[in-house]
Design a protein around this ligand. Sequence first.
Ligand code: B12
Ligand code: SF4
Length: 513
Amino acid sequence: MHVHLVNPSDSSFGIGVITPRWLFVLAAATPAKYGDPIISDETLERFNPECIEPGDVVGIGIHTGNALRGMELGRIAHERGAYVAYGGIHATLYPEEAMKLGNADAIVKGDGDVIWGKVIADLLAGTAQTIYDGGRISGDQFIAARWDLAPRDKYMWASVQTVRGCPKHCSFCSVWRTDGQKPRPRTADVVMSEIVDLRRRGFRFIALADDNFYPVSLTDLRLAEQQGNTARVEELQGIRSERFDLMEKMSRLPRDMVFFTQITMEAGEDTEFLDAMRKANIKGALVGVESATPEGLKAVFKDFNLSGENLVNRLQTFKDHGVHVLGSFIFGLPTDRPDSFAATSELAKRAGITFAQFVMLTPFPGTIDFDRWEKNLGENVMQVGGVPITRHWMIPAAVRPKMFSPHPTMSSDEIRERTQGVWDDFYSLPEIWKRSKCVHSLKGRLAFLFISKLYRQMYAKTGISTDSARRQKATHMARLLAIPCRKLFEAKPMPELKMPETVHLPSALLPIL
Ligand code: B12
Ligand code: SF4
């Protein structure tokens, strides 16, 4: 009997940018008595069902974008006589769907770390429940990943989680609803031991797969103080000082390590935090800018973001403090107008951001936007191939619409083409070359160019194109580009690396407000 863990994907690039963390966490949660799980990541290569034997257990992790392929894999595994279990954010939101369309024997809602062992045992004993609630476990229960099972020559970045949950409530995001608004941090020592394990194995680029690396802002603290809520102030300060503790420990790792994370723009007002990030070698962060206008930000409940010139300055602050920004922008908001595209592109260039992604507004299930959208459509729902667009993830990727709500002033095609145009402009050769000044050597600048082109190829060309021939061509190009890019992320293993010594700082020195 084997346990298989499969990460579904419609496109395979041969090389993966970031390790899908759940695969290696669930591998660690698989009890040793079942042997090492067989891990398949379809972002690398298409899954070969012939490796499944009757009586095997196949665990499939799905988010909304890969749910359809995941359910197809589940049906194949079921036909081959395996027990099929699903987990991940989409299975958490729609367990019945995986049951009905994915031939599931069991579904795990929420975190899989603690419950996975029981699910396997129950499946094999024939006593499985249909739905298990893995819950929102506390930070000290998160399991460290089995990095010994990750192929070193296939991924550019490994991924380590330091905190789950996000206190914000953006309308297009489901994280605060599924992972909760209470941050659940892991202790610094546990995170450090996973990072050291990875560096020993030759991974020096690590993405911190956190919902929000900055879970307590200075504004949160100020508000709690103004309310005279001492308990809340202490709780927030506790989380904040743990962040500094982690970053201080990270700053004692080998200097060739590079970290990347996801963070809210508010961190730009907290230069002490930014300096600690830089010292910890957290050299870049995805910042959800979303929209350049106050109306756009209001539309997505993200009024804590800045707009216009203030936005440019705030993003520039990250750069001034040594943290590169991957700015994430959304197009297709009802407040967008034809001139919003060029204005956003200009702003992205002026703000000195190093990378950018321009995504089209998608109503993801579990979000306020989705609920609102589904309700507004009522009975009058457009269908594609018999599937209502309110279940857009069940429409085959090749014909899946890219825009879901009629826009007040632009057609879907216009929004798609203008979005494509912004990608083209931001990632044109002269623009990339200008931005590549952030690295000094010619070799470094060429590497920057390659990576920028790969990023654009993987995320824009395969994602936004509507016709399948163009998607296929784009995937093929991405496969070719990925090979030299991966080489740039290679590092010599450091098997002798020790955990950095703990320096006990007097608490007065810990930068609490
Ligand atoms: C890091 C991250 C990224 C990274 C890295 C992705 C990667 N290769 O791992 C980057 C930046 C590249 C990225 C890209 C995108 N992401 Co992302 N990402 C995340 C983030 C913040 C953390 C994911 C993670 O690694 N968590 C740590 C692991 C251990 O947790 P986990 O995956 O939830 O797994 C646990 C449980 O779910 C469960 N589980 C999972 N699978 C299984 C399987 C079985 C069998 C069982 C039993 C249990 C189980 O057990 C695990 C351990 O507890 C999540 C937020 C979140 N809270 O999930 C968003 C998230 C998954 N991303 C999201 C989105 C939308 C995207 C993009 C589409 C964004 C975009 N517009 O381009 C792309 C899609 C990329 C792609 N094709 O996959 C959404 C998905 C929404 C949805 N309904 O599907 C999320 C939830 C964020 C959000 N704002 O809503 N992402
Ligand atoms: S988009 Fe980012 S800041 Fe907003 S709720 Fe989601 S994780 Fe939090």
